[in-house]
Design a protein around this ligand. Structure first.
Ligand code: CDP
Length: 214
């Protein structure tokens, strides 16, 4: 049987990696997993039951109950849940539980596109292709701001920029699985790129890697 195809897409908050990953999954006939949702699900479970975010044992219990098949993105995508997710994601046992589930998802044929912070470095170090998608903090804050307004919400650009910078510092500075490009990742800086241009650039990289694999 042919080995599953795994495409790892990492990058900071609001870098456009989610949109890009969904399009890549469709293009290559693969399944898609937004691994951020698994950390968000842990955070949401604690928030919903009024429990603290800094209690490792409670977070571990919530991680054990995470089920990818019942995610509700409309609840999990809230800005505050992302902030809470970056707090529970620092606990190593929480990460181990979720990483095991993410690996199992990736290895199910025909394979998958996974997006997150540590896919190329920890979850799938043998991925066929690794992309690291980034953009300047100002560009990312602008995108997130417009997205919230488009969905009818209220948002303050300066507050979003401050959140993004704080989240970058927490994600890049943590001891376990910090956000960083894998040594063999292809960097895609989308500060000056449309979604379409980023998609085409990613396809060119993936086509070359898959041709070499066959
Ligand atoms: O969509 P956005 O970039 O705002 O966030 P996300 O991808 O949903 O991730 C939320 C938080 O989960 C991040 O800030 C990380 O702290 C954590 N996370 C992680 O540690 N490892 C991953 N593979 C994915 C997310």
């Amino acid at each position: 049987m042919t080995r599953p195809i795994v495409i790892a897409v990492d990058g900071p908050a609001a870098s456009g990696k989610g949109t890009l990953s969904r399009r890549l999954a469709t293009q290559y006939g693969l399944r898609h997993l937004d691994t951020g949702l698994s950390y968000r699900a842990v955070a949401q479970a604690l928030l919903a039951s009024g429990q603290p975010l800094d209690d490792e044992a409670l977070a571990v219990e919530a991680a054990g109950a995470v089920d990818f098949t019942v995610f509700d993105p409309s609840v999990l995508s809230a800005h505050a849940v992302g902030e809470a997710a970056s707090r529970v994601s620092v606990f190593p046992p929480v990460r181990r539980i979720l990483v095991d589930k993410q690996r199992a998802f990736a290895m199910d044929p025909p394979g998958a596109v996974l997006d997150g912070r540590d896919i190329g470095t920890v979850v799938c170090p043998d991925a066929d292709v690794k992309l690291y998608v980034t953009a300047s903090p100002a560009v990312r804050a602008g995108r997130r701001h417009r997205e919230i307004l488009r969905l009818g919400g209220q948002a303050d650009y300066a507050a979003i920029l401050a959140d993004i910078e704080r989240r970058d510092a927490r994600d890049m500075g943590r001891a376990d699985s910090p956000l960083r490009p894998a040594d063999d990742a292809h960097l895609l800086d989308t500060s000056q790129m449309s979604i379409e241009a980023a998609f085409l650039a990613a396809c060119a990289i993936i086509d070359e890697a898959l041709a070499a694999r066959n």
